[in-house]
Structures are given as structure tokens and as C-alpha cells.
Ligand binder design. Structure first.
Ligand code: ARG
Length: 467
């Protein structure tokens, strides 16, 4: 056990208590960000004359050498240390002696860990927005190729009206677009630097918080030291956004699972993203989509866990907050894996256009248009609705579609039917006539796709604007 404290203790800590308290097994992920934060802090201490230039250089070189050694596998992060901060400081002192003992001047682990978490979360926001953009590009590509791939649109999982695959996937484009915008929004609010808040009340050293904040790429320092060490709102916002991404992925997964079923056959999932059964030789299961759906609950759980942890914590730092990490890392790891994997699966999925078209033709998806046809010929809508209702009943009896009936048969329901009915209720017409913005007609879809492409092109987050 090599802890940073001990002066005021006479006894040593119980072993179970040590293990219970330690966070190094999971906060070792902060190695890089802790080094970056400590380098900025030391650079500022030297600029303010709190340590010498020479001490600063020793600290910077020492930290870099530790980082290199860990990355090269020559130095192990072990449970001998309580957390990553202790590991780094102890190793620094071992390497550079007295200068190393000065790195923590005017700093507490409370602002140190708050900074590490922010730096780590900030880079994950950027990573997540990259993954979302990949998903948007993938969707846009499939949409362009499927402007006239007809399929049934559903309500209540019952066939409702014809749409196209481009239109259906366009709904997911909107969802992931909002997710990408949420990343931008979270970034804007979180990009302030807590370093310099000390344990809770700032410090008496003349720290230059603007300078460290600038060195680390933040918009500026946070404005209340007690809030700085105890704020985890940005993690909650981020995990809420991750939960929403997972909810979108889970709905999409559910559709892929349904579409892949023997009854639908709308899609064929590539072998690379399916698995078989140990007993049933014929099986090819959509396990990836099912697991994405399954992991959604887990990410929601991570969010609930942190919300609940935070609800009773008085100001300022309390050790409960150490519990933010495992939940956050779990949410990040699972959401990024799911998003990347689902995008790859989608990029290789085969859409069985004939099965989709056949399904759209057979489900009376043109019944609304047939009623509208009668309305155009002068019948009031409520009467037309009833005529087509009876007509559908007749078709169900004969197991056929409306357009399979002869004109004579149609006329037995209403004299208003003419030869032009067939053209009026074809899938093409049903889709092409829906030209209001947001509808499935290829004419409007093309405009939407162009605007989607502009979104992808112009999307930028945080500091990339200035680059
Ligand atoms: N491992 C701690 C955490 O994750 C670091 C901060 C410790 N601060 C303290 N006062 N014990 O929250």
C-alpha cells in the first residue's frame, strides 16, 4: 500500500477497507488525461513562480517518461496504489525526487479527478459524435439507393400505407441527427475547467486558472469551486444522451430482427454479423441486433445509478462520487461498441426488395388511396371509407389485393370506379403523390437527402470550429 496520506494516522488501514476504497482498478483509464492535467498544472505553477522552471521541466519529463513506460509495458499500474493520481505522483517522486513532491502544490485530488473526468468525457463526446456521423453517412448512402424501394409502412405493426426504404431509414437519420446535435450541446456546456478549485474552496496560491484552462483546450475556468469539485451534471447529460442513442439503436434492432424473421424476409444479415445454433443446423440468428437491444437496459441502468448516487450528496466532494466512473465507463463502452457494430452490420445488410414490395402490395396499403379515388370522383370521404372497407372484406375472402379485382367486380361496390383506378392505387402512385415535405415521394426525399448531406458536411463540434 502506497498512499498519498498517512501523517495523521497511527494505525494502518484494514485490507478489506483498502480494497473497498481503492479506485485504481478502473480509474487507470485516466492515465493519459491525468498526465495532461498535471503537466498543465506544473506549467502554470512555473509561470506564476510557484515552482522553478527547472522543477517544471523535471516534472514534465518525469510524467512523460512514466506515460511512455506504461504504454510500452515496462511499468505496471498495480493495486499497491489507491488510485491513478497516487500512482503517478509516487512514480514521479521516485523518478525526479523533490521536484515531484511539488506537483500537487495548490491542487487536491478533488479538482484533479474532476478535471480527469471532464477531459476523458470530452474526448468521448467527440468520439461518439464521430460514430454518429458514420451512422448518418451509412444511412444516407442506403437512402440514396432506395428512393423507389417500396415497402409497407406500419402502425400497430399492421400494414398501413406504402412508403419506401429511403423514407423508413430517413426516420432513423432524424433520430441520429438529433443525437449528434445533443453531443454538440453537451460539449458546449461541459467544456469548462475545474482545475484550481482545490479540495473545495480554491487555494491561497496565486494560481492562473485561465492559463491552465487554455492549455487544456477549455473555453474557460468553472466559476464556483464547490460546484467544480462536485458537479457531475455533464456526465448525467451525457449518459442521458447515450441512453437515447441506445433507445434508437434498440428500436432499429427490433426492426432488423422482425425484418430478418422467416415470415418477413425483408433483410438478409451478412454472415459476419449473425450466429448459428448449437443444435439446430438451419439457424442463422440476429444475435448482434438482439444484444444491442439487450444492452440498452444496461445503459439506462448506468444513468439511473449515477442519478441516484448524486441525489443525496451534500456539497462538496464526497467519496460516493467515485461511483460515477464504473457506470460512466460501462455506458460509454457499450454505447460506442453498439453504435460501431450496428453501423457495420447495416452497411453490409442486404435488403430483399422483392419481398418488401410484395408485402406492400398484399397488405391493402393502398386502401386509403382507393378511398381518396372515390372522393375525387365525388363521393363524401366517410362513404368512400365504408365502400373500401367492404371491398377489403371481399378481398380478404378471395385472398387477393384490391388491384387484383376486375373493373366489373370493383363496380359492384361503386359505379364510380373506372379504368384509371389501377393507376391511381399502384404503389408508385401512392408514394409519388405524397409530396408534402417529410413524405415518401422521391421528389421530396431527394431534397431531404440533400439537406441531410449538408448536415453531415457542416457538422462540427466544439473547438473544430476554430481549426
Ligand atoms: N478516487 C477518487 C474519486 O474517484 C479521487 C478523489 C479522491 N478524493 C478524496 N478526497 N478522497 O473520486
Amino acid at each position: 500500500m502506497a498512499q498519498l496520506w498517512g501523517g495523521r494516522f497511527t494505525g494502518s488501514i484494514n485490507e478489506l477497507a483498502w480494497n473497498f476504497n481503492a479506485s485504481i482498478s478502473f480509474d487507470k483509464r485516466f492515465l493519459e488525461v491525468d498526465v495532461a492535467g498535471s503537466k498543465a498544472h506544473a506549467t502554470m505553477l512555473a509561470a506564476k513562480g510557484i515552482i522553478t522552471e527547472q522543477e517544471k521541466n523535471q516534472i514534465l519529463d518525469g510524467l512523460d517518461s512514466i506515460l511512455r513506460d506504461v504504454q510500452a509495458g515496462n511499468l505496471e499500474i498495480t493495486t499497491k496504489y489507491e488510485d491513478i493520481h497516487s500512482f503517478l505522483e509516487a512514480n514521479l517522486i521516485e523518478r525526479v525526487g523533490d521536484a515531484g513532491k511539488k506537483v500537487h502544490t495548490g491542487r487536491s485530488r478533488n479538482d484533479q479527478v474532476a478535471l480527469d473526468m471532464r477531459l476523458y468525457a470530452r474526448s468521448e463526446v467527440l468520439h461518439m459524435s464521430d460514430l454518429l456521423l458514420n451512422m448518418l453517412k451509412c444511412l444516407s448512402g442506403i437512402m440514396k439507393d432506395n428512393l423507389t424501394t417500396y415497402m409497407p409502412g406500419f402502425t400497430h405493426l399492421q400494414k398501413a400505407q406504402p412508403v419506401t426504404l429511403a423514407h423508413h431509414l430517413g426516420a432513423y437519420f432524424e433520430m441520429f441527427k438529433r443525437d449528434a446535435l445533443r453531443m454538440k450541446d453537451i460539449y458546449e456546456r461541459m467544456n469548462y475547467c475545474p482545475l484550481g478549485a482545490g479540495a473545495l474552496a480554491g487555494t491561497t496560491y496565486p494560481l492562473d486558472r485561465e492559463y491552465t484552462s487554455e492549455l487544456l483546450g477549455f473555453y474557460g475556468p468553472t466559476l464556483n469551486s464547490m460546484d467544480s469539485v462536485s458537479d457531475r451534471d455533464y456526465l448525467i447529460e451525457f449518459m442521458s444522451a447515450l441512453s437515447t442513442i441506445m433507445m434508437h439503436l434498440s428500436r432499429f434492432s427490433e426492426e432488423v430482427i422482425i425484418w430478418n424473421s422467416n415470415e418477413y424476409r425483408f433483410v438478409t444479415i451478412d454472415d459476419a454479423y449473425s450466429t448459428g445454433s448449437s443444435i439446430m443446423p438451419q439457424k442463422k440468428n440476429p444475435d448482434i441486433a438482439e444484444l444491442v437491444r439487450g444492452k440498452t437496459g444496461r445503459v439506462y441502468g448506468d444513468l439511473m445509478s449515477l442519478l441516484t448516487t448524486m441525489k443525496g450528496i451534500p456539497l462538496a466532494y464526497n467519496k460516493d462520487m467515485q461511483e460515477d466512473k464504473e457506470a460512466f465507463f460501462d455506458a460509454i463502452d457499450n454505447t460506442s461498441n453498439c453504435l460501431a457494430l450496428f453501423t457495420d452490420m447495416l452497411a453490409t445488410i442486404k435488403f430483399n426488395k422483392d419481398a418488401m414490395m410484395e408485402s406492400a402490395k398484399m397488405g391493402f396499403t393502398n386502401a386509403t388511396d382507393a378511398a381518396d379515388y372515390l372522393v375525387n370522383k365525388g363521393m363524401p370521404f366517410r362513404d368512400a371509407h365504408s365502400v373500401i372497407g367492404r371491398l377489403v372484406l371481399g378481398c380478404i375472402d378471395k385472398s387477393c389485393a384490391i388491384d387484383d379485382l376486375s373493373l366489373e367486380e370493383l363496380k359492384s361496390y361503386s359505379e364510380l370506379f373506372e379504368e384509371d383506378i389501377y393507376e391511381a392505387i399502384s404503389l408508385e402512385t401512392c408514394v409519388n403523390k405524397r409530396i408534402t415535405i417529410g413524405g415518401p415521394s422521391p421528389i421530396v426525399m431527394k431534397k431531404v437527402i440533400a439537406s441531410n448531406d449538408r448536415f453531415i458536411e457542416e457538422y462540427s463540434i466544439g473547438n473544430d470550429k476554430e481549426e
